[in-house]
Every structure is written in structure tokens, then in C-alpha cells.
Design a binder for this molecule. Structure first.
Ligand code: DAH
Length: 346
């Protein structure tokens, strides 16, 4: 009697495990669970046969049924794990995803080399009490030329050919110098010390040395008793902060219609220390900026009385400074958007 009961139990286990073995999907697996381990499942109901046994054998049978249920449950869990692993492997085959590969670095933004140098320039001038202003990139002929003492037909206009809009007398500025007029008209008759960074445009053949768009930083100081010595002191201090305290400077006579006198400022070549090399074209000097004392006509156009105040101004190109600083030999790299170039800065 007892033997038969145990045999049935044993058969039940064999049958359950065989069925389990053949299962390949979760739905069938769940049906299996209900069939054997559910409230009315075969293993659950097996305990009822207790009645067929003499009382003293019943506890042992009860234990045997419980042990069976635990084994079935363990087998069920193992099967669940196996199915999950199989499903993942299948998915990986289809999607070719390798979870052991390192994650992809999101690419962080960084400063463009022009902006990097612009920010350094701004920082240095801010220390010297200059405030930063911005003026329009789309200008009138008057602001870009006329008010800067470059009347129509003036030969100096040849140096600053630009892009004209379809609106008469409206153009893309060729330099940041018109910002001088904006600044003066905003603050006259008060003294000012400003720098004006921004984009400029020229209608030119694009080469390693010239782009049709580039940046400039304009500087302007207007007030009583401002002299050429102030200009020199400001420029020398600026260059030595940017390029190192050992830099030598040279102020060379030049001409700009909006300054009188006008100079071009050179510093000794940072590559050869003035001995002469390819970068400085064997002169030992690198041109850094144009500058001068603001022309009385320009002061008057800005709203100042040239009998009362004087001023100095300068203009420079941050791309040129970045080229010298980082040894870049072609200005076209700045705006051709080659990530391999841009990633080297910032
Ligand atoms: N605007 C000039 C240029 O684009 C540069 C310049 C020269 C600016 C002398 C100045 C200056 O303020 O005083 O070539």
C-alpha cells in the first residue's frame, strides 16, 4: 500500500521533470507551474493520498511530498533562469550588442581657439579697467568708413573691400573700428575705456593668411590728457601678459585714416627670439596690431570736443594671435570645422 503511494509520487516527479526539460518558452513554463505546483496542481494534491496510509506513516509521507514540491520549485527556477539567458543570447545575436564593451563617452563641448584667445584678451583688458562692448556686424557705409575719416573715393577703402547688401549703403563691417563711433556716441562727453570684440568680413581671396570672416578686438580710450605714452604702456602691458614678460615691442610708423599718428606694433618673434626664422620671415619681428591716437575728426564724429579730450585706439586679430601662440600655419583651419583641429584646444 505504502509502496504504491510512494511510487506514484516518484512517477509524478519523473514525469514533471521530463515535461519541464522539454519546455522552451515562458508561457508553457507557467502552465507547467500551475499543473504541478498550483493550488490544484498534481504535486499539491498528492498530499491527499495521506488518507490511504496508516496514521504512523503519514508524517513521513507529508515530508516526502513537501520535499518533492521544493525540488520541483527549484527545477522551475533553474528553468526560468535558463530561459532568460537563452532569450538574452538570442537577442544579442540579432542586435549584435556586446554589453562588455566600454560605454561611449558623450563628447563634451569646448572653446573654439578664437574664443579661447578672445577671452584671454578680454581678461587682460578688464584688469586694466576696460569694459567690453559689442557693436553691429551689419553696418552702414558711414560707420564703417565715413565717420572713421574714410570718405567715398578715399584710396584707403581699397584695403577694406567687403560684402554689400542689396540695401544701399549697408554692408558687412570690415573691421571693429566702427565700434569706436558706437562707444563714443553712447558715452560722450564722459571718459571711456572699452574693448569691442567681434566678427569682421572682407571680400578677399581666401588663403592661408586671409579669411573672408575673422575676428578683431578693437580698443579705445578717450579722456583728458591721454597721450601716446598711455597707448604704449597699455599695449606693452597687454602683450607681456599674453606672450610673456620678456617680450620686446616695436612701434613702427604707419597710416590709418582714423588715427594720427598711426603705428603698427610688432613684438620680437616668439619662435626665434628675434634671430630670424620662417615664421617672422627672417625679420625677427611679428606684427601684432594697428594703433594710434584717435584722429580729431573721429573724436568729433563720436561727440567729443577734440580741444578738450584725446584718445588712443588699437585693433588686432585674435586668430593671428592664436596662430602665433599655437603654431598654426593656416587661418582656414579656424572656420573649416574640422573636429580634429578643434579638439586640440580648450
Ligand atoms: N581697423 C584696422 C584694420 O582693420 C585696425 C586698426 C588700426 C584699428 C589702427 C585701430 C587703429 O583702432 O587705431 O586693419
Amino acid at each position: 500500500m505504502a509502496e504504491r503511494v510512494y511510487e506514484t509520487l516518484h512517477q509524478l516527479e519523473t514525469e514533471a521533470l521530463q515535461e519541464l526539460d522539454a519546455i522552451t518558452d515562458e508561457k508553457t513554463l507557467d502552465e507547467w507551474r500551475v499543473r504541478y505546483l498550483g493550488r490544484k496542481g498534481k504535486a499539491t494534491l498528492a498530499v491527499r493520498r495521506l488518507k490511504e496510509l496508516p496514521p504512523e506513516e503519514r508524517p513521513a509521507y507529508g515530508k516526502a511530498v513537501n520535499a518533492l514540491k521544493e525540488r520541483l520549485l527549484a527545477a522551475l527556477e533553474a528553468k526560468q533562469e535558463a530561459l532568460k539567458a537563452q532569450a538574452l543570447a538570442a537577442e544579442l545575436q540579432v542586435e549584435a550588442f556586446d554589453p562588455t564593451l566600454p560605454g561611449r563617452q558623450p563628447s563634451l563641448g569646448r572653446y573654439h581657439p578664437s574664443n579661447l584667445v578672445l577671452r584671454e584678451i578680454i581678461d587682460i583688458f578688464r584688469q586694466m579697467g576696460f569694459q567690453v562692448l559689442f557693436s553691429p556686424e551689419v553696418e552702414t557705409d558711414d560707420y564703417n568708413f565715413g565717420l572713421l575719416n574714410i570718405p567715398p573715393g578715399h584710396p584707403a577703402r581699397d584695403m577694406w573691400d567687403t560684402f554689400y547688401t542689396t540695401r544701399e549703403g549697408v554692408l558687412l563691417r570690415t573691421h571693429t573700428s566702427p565700434g569706436q563711433i558706437w562707444a563714443m556716441r553712447q558715452f560722450a562727453p564722459e571718459p571711456i575705456r572699452v574693448i569691442l570684440p567681434g566678427k569682421c568680413y572682407r571680400y578677399e581671396q581666401v588663403t592661408a593668411r586671409s579669411e573672408m570672416m575673422f575676428h578683431q578686438v578693437e580698443g579705445l580710450a578717450v579722456g583728458k590728457h591721454i597721450t601716446f605714452a598711455d597707448l604704449k604702456g597699455t599695449v606693452v602691458n597687454f602683450i607681456r601678459q599674453l606672450f610673456g614678460p620678456e617680450r620686446q615691442l616695436r612701434f613702427r610708423c604707419s597710416h590709418f585714416p582714423f588715427t594720427e599718428p598711426s603705428v603698427e606694433v610688432d613684438m620680437d618673434c616668439i619662435l626665434c627670439q628675434g634671430k630670424g626664422c620662417r615664421v617672422c620671415k627672417y625679420t625677427g619681428w611679428l606684427e601684432i596690431m594697428g594703433a594710434g591716437m584717435v584722429h580729431p575728426v573721429v573724436l568729433r564724429n563720436g561727440g567729443y570736443d577734440p580741444e578738450e579730450v584725446t584718445g588712443f585706439a588699437f585693433g588686432m586679430g585674435p586668430e593671428r594671435i592664436a596662430m602665433l601662440r599655437y603654431g598654426i600655419d593656416d587661418i582656414r583651419y579656424f572656420f573649416s570645422n574640422d573636429i580634429r583641429f578643434l579638439q586640440q584646444f580648450g
